[in-house]
Write a protein that binds this ligand. Structure first.
Ligand code: ADP
Length: 240
């Protein structure tokens, strides 16, 4: 089983007028499966993902399978990322959007075809492969973004509230197949949300963040049963 270990991460945003301490000694071990990061707005969740991707300057350590990545450029970390914005290439068809990372990797035409068809079937996009993004609904566009992230079997996939723009039904379905695909691939999924209900439904393990620090970690049941005031507030806010 793969592991992604982050140790004592510190990230500051510095401007002329102020300094924001966005991560303040965040440490965690993420294993294969879905690791949900939850916490209030501004608690450092997105900063944590950007740090793991190598997009921000940080103090501390990021290790994948015991290999230190602190000096490894984002493109060489080879982690996939899906955000709320679909960030599809508007001039490409759905097929070419999903195929893009495989082409960059130098996969053969046959392999590209078989992998794109397989993931399109899993994400219910088979009938859309010839369309351009503007001919798709918001939910379909988000599925293309996820299919594109997962098509190359990434070792780690980071999700930043990926379904927050989708309607409830789409969200429920998409969570189901995202979880299944990650499980089959043995991928480490790190999934940010502020929705406690979503965290409970999706997570193998939940990491609760506040003020740039991990304040609690456990299975969904352990976190649900925690007496911490923040957990009580999250339960009340999401009515679970
Ligand atoms: P979350 O994802 O939990 O909402 P963020 O990681 O986006 O939290 O933000 C953590 C803190 O860092 C917040 O106080 C936020 O205002 C601040 N922050 C985030 N991005 C920037 C930035 N680019 N410049 C300055 N401050 C930022």
């Amino acid at each position: 089983m793969s592991t992604l270990v982050v140790k004592d991460l510190f990230v500051d945003y510095v401007s002329k007028k102020s300094v924001t301490h966005a991560l303040q000694g965040f440490s965690a071990v993420f294993s294969s499966g879905i690791n949900v990061i939850i916490g209030p707005s501004g608690s450092g969740k997105s900063t944590l993902l950007q740090t793991i991707l190598g997009l921000l300057n940080y103090e501390g350590t990021v290790e994948f399978d015991h290999k230190n990545l602190d000096r490894t450029a984002p493109k060489d970390r080879n982690f996939a990322f899906v955000s709320q914005e679909y960030q599809l290439y508007p001039m490409y068809t759905v097929f070419d959007n999903i195929a893009f990372p495989l082409k960059i990797m130098g996969a053969s035409k046959e392999e590209i075809k078989s992998r794109v068809y397989a993931i399109a079937e899993r994400t219910e996009l088979s009938v859309c492969l010839g369309r351009k993004p503007r001919q798709l609904s918001g939910g379909q566009q988000q599925r293309v973004a996820i299919a594109r992230a997962l098509v190359r079997n990434p070792v780690v996939c980071l999700f930043d509230e990926p379904f927050s723009n989708c309607d409830l039904k789409t969200r429920e379905k998409a969570r189901g197949w995202t979880k299944n695909i990650l499980q089959e691939q043995g991928c480490i999924g790190i999934y940010v949300t502020h929705d406690f209900k979503e965290a409970l439904l999706l997570a193998d393990r939940i990491f609760v963040v506040n003020d740039g620090k991990k304040i609690l970690e456990g299975t969904p049941t352990e976190v649900y049963d925690s007496p911490l005031p923040l957990i009580r507030e999250m339960k009340e806010a999401s009515a679970v």
